[in-house]
Design a protein around this ligand. Structure first.
Ligand code: GDP
Length: 425
């Protein structure tokens, strides 16, 4: 299951729904920079960052795979948040790969320093880039270190913090109480330790026994380190190829590839956005009431999202790379906010040529102009509709037209943020 756009497609709620039928829900990439909002049946909200969305279900075992990076402090906080909602988090329900990499506190500080200067990337300051950089430089620290003496690991944490203290001072940032940071990290390691396992062996054994595994993609296609709009990307593989590498399973085990598409296309952070809307009045309507769960603001960052028209050219590229077999469309209930007629981008003009598939370069995307087609909106409230044939004709036509333009069936349609507000086809 992958985000086919720029993040915040509503992956959390789709995974949450699919988790009911799955034995394992697994994260294969990224860290606590992801943000999923799940609404529980009783209406309470659960914000998840590194822990897979299956945690809200009794049946699913949740796996944080080797392709991810884990910040023990954020992990411990998230476990505590989930437990406060009365959901038990036990090693039988959650496993963390011993081969995943640890986010060290000074990686977050390095990012904080970088965001002050010319190299700022609008990052979540969760230490993602520096942790993956250390992994690629073969200088990272893996979760397996927890299985040995914590003292030597904590010395690495202390050394790291000392190495950036001077740079913080030079950038006018307050100095850090290093011993206190080390103490917090030590306590978080104790919380993380019981969950550590060889998850690759576990997942493969379960697959052999016929288990259904749901791989939950974090971030999205355009943020993929290889296929996204580099350098406005994340530091990991968000696409189908990342599943095999990030969970330690064979590519041949992948059966379905579900692409999540939000009808109101949004983006948080920098980078080209060909169909971006700049009309303040329209943006006001599309952002929604900021106090509601489905307002267009980031789960992790709280930042108001950039918004645009639905872009089929980007989805076509995501379909190609992910081998997408079906689409889940979220926020159909918000589509009439665009107005009586809805613009959808079906191709780009690039240097005088027509492109029906987006280029994979930020540089080229900056030069693309959107070509729109218009579809009719509807007036009816669809949030209580549960079957496709009960949708207004214009809403049915909107979905079937997207199917024609993408060449894929739409199997799930979100008509509201709650777990039950979905049409399954
Ligand atoms: P994720 O990171 O892909 O899981 O997405 P987020 O949870 O960050 O953002 C998706 C947003 O869309 C959240 O605010 C959800 O509550 C909201 N959402 C998802 N599906 C629907 C839907 O079908 N209708 C409405 N109105 N909101 C939705």
């Amino acid at each position: 299951m992958f985000g086919q756009q720029r993040g915040d497609e509503g992956k959390g709620r789709v995974v949450d729904m699919l988790a009911e039928e799955c034995d394992i829900v697994a994260r294969f990439n990224g860290g606590s920079n992801a943000g999923h909002t799940v609404v529980l049946p009783d209406g309470r909200e659960l914000a998840l960052h590194i822990i897979p969305s299956g945690i809200a279900h009794d049946n699913a075992v949740n796996v944080i795979g080797n392709g991810t990076i884990v910040d023990p402090i954020r992990f411990a906080e998230e476990v505590a948040d989930i437990e406060r909602l009365g959901i038990a988090v036990t090693p039988q329900k959650l496993m963390v790969s011993s081969s995943a990499h640890l986010v060290l506190p000074h990686y977050k500080q390095l990012e904080e320093i970088r965001e002050l200067g010319r190299g700022a990337q609008g990052s979540t300051k969760a230490g993602i880039a520096d942790t993956y950089a250390a992994k690629a430089q073969r200088a990272g620290v893996r979760v397996e270190r927890l299985l040995g003496s914590h003292d030597s690991l904590l010395q690495v944490v202390r050394d790291g913090l000392e190495s950036v203290q001077m740079a913080r001072k030079e950038h006018g940032l307050p100095s850090v109480d290093i011993e206190n940071e080390v103490k917090l990290y030590a306590a978080a390691l104790q919380k993380l330790q019981p969950f550590v396992a060889d998850t690759s062996v576990y997942v493969n054994q379960q697959l052999q026994d016929g288990a259904t595994v749901l791989a939950e993609g974090a971030q999205a296609f355009l943020l993929d380190i290889d296929h996204g709009m580099y350098p406005f990307v994340t530091s990991s593989s968000t696409t189908a190829g990342g599943v095999a590498a990030g969970l330690g399973i064979a590519p041949t085990t992948l059966e379905r590839s579900i692409g999540i598409v939000k009808a109101v296309q949004s983006h948080v952070g920098g980078g080209p956005f060909v169909t971006e809307i700049h009309d303040e009045k329209l943006l006001d309507v599309l952002h929604g009431d900021m106090s509601t769960i489905d307002a267009e603001k980031g789960t992790t960052t709280g930042r108001v999202r950039r918004l645009g028209y639905l872009d089929i050219t980007g989805i076509r590229r995501a379909n190609m790379v992910n081998g997408t077999t079906e689409l889940a469309i979220t926020k159909l209930d918000w589509v009439p906010r665009y107005g009586k007629s809805i613009k959808v981008c079906t191709s780009y003009t690039y240097r005088g040529e027509t492109l029906t598939m987006a280029p994979d370069s930020a540089w080229a995307l900056e030069k693309c102009e959107p070509v729109y087609e218009e579809l009719s909106a509807w007036d009816e409230d669809i949030t209580e509709v549960r079957s496709f044939s009960d949708l207004p004709q214009a809403a049915q036509d909107y979905i079937t037209t997207l199917e024609t333009w993408t060449g894929l069936p739409v199997t799930y349609i979100g008509v509201g943020p709650r777990r039950d507000q979905v049409i399954i086809r």
